[in-house]
Design a protein around this ligand. Structure first.
Ligand SMILES: NC(=O)c1ccc[n+]([C@@H]2O[C@H](COP(=O)([O-])OP(=O)(O)OC[C@H]3O[C@@H](n4cnc5c(N)ncnc54)[C@H](O)[C@@H]3O)[C@@H](O)[C@H]2O)c1
Ligand SMILES: CC(C)C[C@H](N)C(=O)O
Length: 366
């Protein structure tokens, strides 16, 4: 792999390799863009097939965070970490504390939080060594697990998409097919069930699936049949790249709205959804509730303020549909345009020299 060529492709700022032999830490921190502020993005722990796969994932996810944070209106840039290892077997205290010290060494250029394979407990260990970590335990005055808040943002975004597709944002009586009922989707299903939606769920984890049946009267289908379900709304809440050449023609829904990151395998799949008239809710906008919530910790966590901002995902999604109609472009491109325009305009206005620049990290100290 040609590292600098890869960094050049999307103008990445920094790639950091962190190694601690005794704890087994092998981490890669990718910082994509810090125009808007320090890079904030979660830490993913995963068993990558190769080091190259891990680097590619870190880079792809970091760039995604630049767009997510920019579109959410946060004063934060984009970054992400991947730790190579099995989250079920390879974790230990020393690993996360060693990682915390590497983050501290970046002196605020990168701030972490949970992602797939990491938990609030892991963030608490990182917090032993650095203040540049969010999503830590409420006992520290923090916001805790971001998943329920991500779910609330998804619910808001789904309602905005329903209004666009059906002329009314009520989800009562709508059939929603949910792929993956883990941390985020369990809470999303709760909102949907309370509003009177009919749920059809799938999961490779039987326990998670049965919990949705028990708590929300959900019907179930096998994981590979979820794309064929006759439904109003398809909600991908498991993996990335699930809207692809093999699945796109099987979908019969009017709306796609779910929490999974990187749902479109390629940009062309956004074009195809647009041509088919399927209302696609851009993933990094609808799933920004978690990052909006943890980012609030940096200025002294206030749940009401954070939830109000997460509620604003409804209007953000409406704005994207407006841009899509105005410029005759698919919604994924409209979201990119919105994020890029914000970064560009701030790039210009923040270029004036300041001796003691105000940023999200020096507004309050903790
Ligand atoms: N947790 C957050 O706050 C947050 C924020 C933004 C984005 N996301 C994204 O949302 C998605 C879900 O996150 P989560 O925290 O709920 O993760 P999770 O691991 O708790 O849930 C994912 C669920 O999907 C299931 N699953 C995996 N592969 C599947 C398959 N092939 N078919 C059906 N089910 C499958 C898993 O068994 C699990 O129950 C991820 O893509 C994540 O990156 C999460
Ligand atoms: C900062 C986190 C809450 C990040 C989250 N895992 C996301 O993808 O948005």
């Amino acid at each position: 792999m040609k590292i600098f060529e890869s960094l050049g492709k999307y103008d990445y700022e920094q790639l950091v390799f962190c190694h601690d032999e005794s704890s087994g830490l092998k981490a890669i921190i990718a910082i994509h863009d810090t125009t808007l502020g320090p890079a904030l993005g979660g830490t993913r722990m995963w068993t990558y097939d190769s080091e190259e796969d891990a680097i590619v994932d870190a880079l792809r996810l970091a760039r995604g965070m630049t767009y997510k944070n920019a579109a959410a209106g946060l004063n934060l840039g984009g970054g992400k970490t991947v730790i190579i290892g099995d989250p079920k077997k390879d974790k230990n205290e020393a690993m996360f504390r060693a990682f915390g010290r590497f983050i501290q060494g970046l002196n605020g250029r990168y701030i972490t939080a949970e992602d797939v394979g990491t938990t609030v407990e892991d963030m608490d260990l990182i917090h032993e060594e650095t203040r540049f970590v969010t999503g830590i335990s409420p006992a520290f005055g923090s916001s805790g697990n971001p998943s329920p808040v991500t779910a609330y943002g998804c619910y808001m975004g789904m309602k905005a998409a329903a209004e666009e597709a059906f002329g009314d944002d009520s989800l009562e009586g709508k059939t929603v097919a949910v792929q993956g009922v883990g941390h985020v989707a369990y809470h999303l299903c709760k909102y949907l069930h309370e509003e009177g939606a009919k749920l059809i769920v799938t999961d490779i984890n039987q326990e998670n699936m049965q919990r949705a049946v028990r708590d929300f009267d959900a019907e179930t289908v096998d994981p590979d049949r979820i794309y064929d379900v006759d439904c109003d709304i398809f909600s991908p809440c498991a993996l990335g790249a699930i809207i692809n050449d093999d699945t796109i023609d099987r979908l019969s829904c009017r709306v796609i709205a779910g929490s999974a990151n990187n749902q479109l395998k390629e940009d062309k799949h956004g074009d195809i959804l647009y041509e088919k008239g399927i209302v696609y809710t851009p993933d990094y906008v609808i799933n920004a509730g978690g990052v909006i919530n943890v980012a609030d910790e940096l200025i002294g966590y206030n749940r009401d303020r954070a939830m109000k901002k997460v509620e604003g995902i409804y209007q953000k999604i409406q704005r994207i549909f407006e841009i899509s109609k105005r410029d005759h472009i698919p919604s994924n491109q409209a979201a990119d345009r919105m994020a890029e325009e914000r970064i560009q305009s701030m790039h210009h206005s923040r270029s004036t020299f300041l001796m003691n620049e105000r940023n999200i990290l020096n507004m309050v100290t903790r």
